[in-house]
Design a protein around this ligand. Structure first.
Ligand SMILES: CC(C)(COP(=O)(O)OP(=O)(O)OC[C@H]1O[C@@H](n2cnc3c(N)ncnc32)[C@H](O)[C@@H]1OP(=O)(O)O)[C@@H](O)C(=O)NCCC(=O)NCCS
Length: 187
C-alpha cells in the first residue's frame, strides 16, 4: 500500500509542538498505555500534569490535533536550571523521524534549562540512544550513574540510571552530530 494511503503513517504530515492542555491528558495516557513499555500512571496523573506542569511539557500534534508524541518534564524545585524528563512517548507510526529529539530540543529552548536529567533502564536501547544523541547535538557532557536500584523498590523494578546531560547549547549552536564526553559509573 502506498504510504499516502496508510492513515497511520505520519511521515509526510506536518507535526506541531505545543504545551499540553487538559484536553490532551486522555490521549497522553492512551499513548503511554499503547507503548507497552512505559510505566502507565493513573489517568488522573496525566490530567494533573497537564494542569500543573504544562509549561515544562510538550505534545506533538498533527493537523487534526491528534497527539503523536509527548514529553512530561519539570524543572527541579531545588535546581530550577535542571529539566527532569519523566516520560517520552511517540506513537508507533511516528517513530524514527526525529520527533522525540525535536520535542527534547523544544523543551530545552522553551525552558532555558542548562542541564537535562532523565532516568533510563539498561534494556531500553531506543531511549539510551535518544539521550546519547541529545548529548551529541549539544556537544555536552553525559554522565550516567545508578539512581534507583531494585532494593529500593517494593516491586522488583529494574535499576533506573540517571542520565545527566549538560551544559546544553542554545539553538543556534546545536550540532547535527558531534563528539561528546560520556561517563558511565558502574553500580
Ligand atoms: C524512545 C522513543 C521516544 C524514540 O522516539 P523517536 O521519535 O522514534 O526518536 P528519534 O527519531 O528522535 O530518534 C532519536 C535517536 O534514537 C535512535 N532510536 C530511536 N528509536 C530507536 C530504536 N528502536 N533502536 C535504536 N535506536 C533508536 C535514533 O536513531 C536517533 O539516534 P541518532 O540521532 O543517533 O540516529 C520511541 O521509540 C518510544 O516512544 N518508545 C516507547 C516509549 C519509550 O521507551 N520511551 C522512552 C523512555 S521514557
Amino acid at each position: 500500500m502506498p504510504i499516502s494511503e496508510n492513515e497511520n503513517d505520519h511521515s509526510d504530515t506536518p507535526i506541531d509542538l505545543r504545551s499540553p492542555s487538559l484536553a490532551d491528558g486522555a490521549a497522553m495516557w492512551r499513548l503511554t498505555r499503547d507503548t507497552g513499555v512505559l510505566d502507565l500512571n493513573s489517568s488522573y496523573q496525566y490530567l494533573l500534569w497537564c494542569r500543573d506542569f504544562s509549561a515544562t511539557s510538550v505534545v506533538a500534534v498533527d493537523a487534526d490535533e491528534h497527539v503523536l508524541g509527548f514529553i512530561t518534564a519539570f524543572l527541579r524545585p531545588d535546581d530550577p536550571s535542571t529539566l527532569m524528563v519523566w516520560q517520552v512517548g511517540v506513537d508507533d507510526a511516528a517513530r524514527g523521524q526525529g520527533l522525540a529529539s525535536r520535542m527534547l530540543d523544544y523543551l530545552v529552548t522553551t525552558t532555558g534549562a542548562q542541564t537535562l536529567e532523565t532516568t533510563v533502564t539498561d534494556d531500553n536501547t531506543a531511549s539510551n540512544r535518544l539521550f546519547a544523541a541529545l548529548a551529541q547535538r549539544h556537544a555536552a557532557q553525559h554522565d550516567i550513574t545508578p539512581l534507583f536500584t531494585p532494593a529500593m523498590y517494593p516491586d522488583g523494578h529494574d535499576t533506573e540510571y540517571l542520565h545527566r546531560i549538560g551544559p546544553l547549547a542554545p539553538a543556534a549552536d546545536r550540532q547535527t552530530s558531534a563528539p561528546c564526553s560520556k561517563n558511565v559509573v558502574a553500580q
